[in-house]
Design a protein around this ligand. Structure first.
Ligand code: TA6
Length: 300
């Protein structure tokens, strides 16, 4: 990756600088009046978002690998063109190839209100066609301002229809899972783990005290994550998605994960906007679809 060329073409003063990140992977570092953020070109992966004067909003594993061919553990992994295991071939990479691909910079901009924006793009290649046989154009746009907005737009450039699933797999940074609760799922049906019978949540507030892998369906409401240790609330909102996943691996599953410290599960919860289950996306040639998630500190 030629960082000099990237900075000449897409750098914006001190606001957007391309640099070498952990593991030698290229990153865009964004600094403006609202926040500091780091976006990895590998995976179109938001690694960090720190609103000015606040603590980090995104969790990153202290043991994450930063290595091509491996997924980064933390931040906002982008799952596309499938979420979870591949439906027919479990030997294909979990959560698709988007998070394992190097993305190109398409555009950078300063918005009227001083927020900064970067767009990254990925198209089909021999490598992607070996895993998913379609022509596509995917654009990820990250807007760093008073909130963090992540948008994935997928355009079908093939001659055939295609169907995909996806997720914006946000790891939120929390003081401790024992201090944390989530609102936004009251009376919402969810699949527990990999079960196939939905349960309806009867509690107004979700607290986590064991492994949770809840896949809420028919869900488009905002979630509020209340962290009584950091004394803050994080609002997670979304568009273009009817599935929200809440995941925490807890003690035993964490032990099976080589890229997470034994106590890693204590300081994050994933709240993910997804298109999955009954909400997968089918596009005809020339059609496009967009999913967004927005992460914001609630002002008190
Ligand atoms: O979104 C939850 C989930 O699908 C879990 O089932 C768990 O596997 C997690 O994602 C992490 O997946 P990864 O492939 O990044 O280890």
């Amino acid at each position: 990756m030629n960082l000099t060329a990237l900075n000449q073409k897409f750098g914006i003063g001190e606001q957007i600088i391309f640099s070498t990140g952990e593991g030698g992977l290229p990153v865009a570092i964004i600094r403006n009046q609202y926040a500091t953020a780091i976006i990895s070109l590998y995976g179109a992966h938001v690694l960090s978002y720190i609103p000015s004067g606040e603590k980090e909003l995104l969790w990153m594993s202290t043991k994450s690998l930063f290595k091509e061919g491996k997924a980064i553990r933390g931040g906002i992994p982008l799952c596309f063109p499938w979420f979870g295991k591949h439906l027919t071939d479990p030997s294909l990479p979990q959560h698709g190839f988007a998070r394992l691909s190097m993305w190109e910079v398409a555009e950078t901009a300063t918005m009227g209100n001083g927020a900064s924006q970067i767009s990254l793009q990925l198209h089909q290649s021999a490598d992607t066609k070996a895993l998913w046989p379609y022509a596509f154009s995917a654009i990820v746009t990250v807007t760093v301002g008073e909130t963090l907005e992540l948008k994935l737009k997928v355009l079908n450039t093939d001659e055939e229809d295609f169907t995909y699933s996806d997720a914006l797999h946000t790891y939120l940074n929390i003081s401790n899972i024992n201090n944390t609760s989530i609102e936004g799922f009251y009376k919402t049906p969810y699949y527990d783990g990999f079960g196939d019978t939905p349960t309806v949540q009867q509690d107004k507030v979700l607290t986590i005290a064991k492994e949770e892998n809840r896949r809420y369906v028919e869900h488009s409401a905002d979630c509020i994550v209340t962290d009584n240790g950091y004394n803050r609330k994080i609002r997670v909102s979304k568009t273009g998605s009817k599935v929200t996943v809440v995941w925490n691996p807890w003690i035993e599953t964490t032990k099976t994960m080589g890229d997470m410290a034994a106590d890693g599960y204590q300081t994050f919860v994933c709240v993910e906007a997804a298109n999955s289950y009954d909400d997968v996306v089918t596009l005809k040639p020339f059609e496009e679809f967009t999913i967004t998630t927005t992460i914001a500190l609630e002002q008190s």
